[in-house]
Design a protein around this ligand. Structure first.
Ligand code: MG
Length: 238
């Protein structure tokens, strides 16, 4: 159980504590987002179950980045520096946050990690959240976009079981699609219908970090989101 978000607790007192905690987190998240905006950085919150392939996707993404696109990564895990080290092997700045007992990142953790990143040298900051389909959905960490991964190895019923995180996703990525021929119990149609029911016409893409199938579409989405973020805002109507 996560001790910081009270996800296993019940009762009116814990509900009040939790609401105060979330409000305080939202204030820090707004502050973090101002940092990103001041440096024209697009921040992406990557969320999924453990083992859905977030770090592998990032490695494949880094290897295929268009020339001139600069990225950095914040890694969230309960323990170990392993994922940050995987990213650093590609020559990309990576800061590891170890959360101990907390099952999600919060805005203060991300704010602290920013001390180690020169945002002027970054176009897109990926924040790989702790592997968990529940708690990360509740905590704003200053991101601009939420990307949720669903791997074909974890079952086509996950969107129905964990609706909140999928509903709030700006993009759902079906990952490990190279394994589809071996996963005869994963019904892509069922998974997509469930995602669609939760998100209406929200974007869904599929990708294999191993074979690179679908990687171009994901990169195109990132480039378009960065361009949209940096486009001049229309003047306010008087
Ligand atoms: Mg990882």
């Amino acid at each position: 159980m996560c001790e910081s978000c009270g996800c296993g607790s019940h009762g009116p007192e814990t509900i009040v504590v939790r609401e105060n905690l979330l409000a305080a987190n939202d204030r820090v998240a707004a502050h973090v987002r101002k940092h990103f905006d001041a440096h024209r950085v697009l921040a992406i919150n990557l969320m999924s179950s453990p083992g859905a392939g977030k770090t592998s996707l990032l490695e494949a993404t880094i290897a295929a980045l268009p020339p001139g696109l600069r990225v950095a990564v914040i890694e969230g895990d309960l323990e170990t520096e392993n994922d940050a080290e995987r990213i650093r092997r590609h020559g990309v700045k990576a800061v590891q946050i170890t959360t101990g007992v907390a099952c999600h990142l919060d805005a203060t953790m991300v704010h602290d990690a920013l001390d180690e990143i020169s945002l002027d040298d970054v176009d897109i900051l990926f924040i790989e959240n702790v592997g968990n389909l529940v708690c990360p959905a509740d905590f704003d960490i200053g991101q601009h976009r939420n990307v949720v991964l669903l791997s074909v190895t974890e079952g086509d019923d996950k969107p129905e079981k964990y609706p909140v995180i999928f509903r709030n996703a700006d993009l759902v990525l079906i990952t490990k699609t190279d394994l589809l021929p071996y996963m005869d119990d994963f019904d892509m149609g069922r998974a997509l219908r469930a995602v669609q029911r939760l998100r209406g016409g929200g974007r869904t893409k599929d990708v294999s970090a191993r074979t690179k199938q679908g990687l171009d579409g994901w990169l195109d989405w990132l480039v378009a989101e960065l361009a949209a973020k940096r486009a001049p805002q229309p003047a306010a109507v008087a």
